[in-house]
Design a binder for this molecule. Structure first.
Ligand code: GDP
Ligand code: MG
Length: 190
């Protein structure tokens, strides 16, 4: 049996490098972590508040044609966590182990969630070192309720070497940009 007749003319299949990366979400309960993952993975938003118990892993495969490593397929494992600090204290090591990047989420309509994000970020760095961190001010769609502004974000996070963005899991604003931008940074680091 010879090769199929069109073998000589068909293009060689592209074999992208496949890498597996772990991305962790942190931030207080109710800031929108689960909604952001849902939006990123399924493209949907649901107002029903389902409390996350423990830690939940979700997978999404991303093809990047122009990554720092050339064409890659990134098998992203996204870890969601319950917002309770007690959980972090107990499982910090297991949860963050091997994480290549962190999405730290706060709620633009609750000032306290920004202050509370700082110890989460410090906890991650303690565990995994200087991996890329993006701090996401979520619920940007609730414009009239927004009470956290650039200056406060700079005051709390300015010294922590994190990139900050604003997002809405409800409208989808900046959600892909946040996850994909972080993924690119994760590939560029190391
Ligand atoms: P988590 O505890 O951090 O996982 O937060 P959830 O994803 O469960 O969201 C908490 C609540 O905020 C839910 O009622 C969501 O529907 C709502 N929520 C999450 N993201 C947004 C957003 O971008 N805009 C608005 N308006 N509500 C959001
Ligand atoms: Mg949740």
């Amino acid at each position: 049996m010879g090769p199929p007749p069109d073998a000589a003319t068909s293009k060689a299949p592209l074999h992208p490098t496949i890498v597996k990366k772990k991305l962790c979400l942190v931030g207080e309960e109710g800031v929108g972590k689960t909604s952001l993952i849902r939006r990123f993975v399924t493209g949907m938003f649901d107002d029903a508040y389902v409390r996350t118990l423990g830690a939940v892993a979700t997978k999404r495969t991303i093809d990047l044609a122009d990554s720092p490593l050339g064409p890659v397929q990134v098998d992203l494992v996204i870890l969601d966590i319950t917002g309770k600090r007690t959980f972090l204290d107990l499982f910090q090591e297991a949860y963050f182990k091997g994480a290549a990047g962190v999405l730290g989420v706060f709620d633009l309509t609750h000032r306290r969630s920004l202050d509370d994000l700082a110890p989460w970020i410090d906890g991650v760095r303690e565990e995994v070192g200087r991996v890329p961190v993006v701090a996401l001010g979520n619920k940007a769609d609730l414009r009239e309720k927004v009470e956290v502004h650039e200056r406060e974000i700079g005051t709390v996070l300015g010294s922590r070497d994190v990139r900050t963005m604003k997002s809405s899991a409800k409208t989808g604003e900046n959600v892909d940009d946040a996850f994909l931008g972080l993924t690119r940074e994760m590939l560029a680091a190391r």
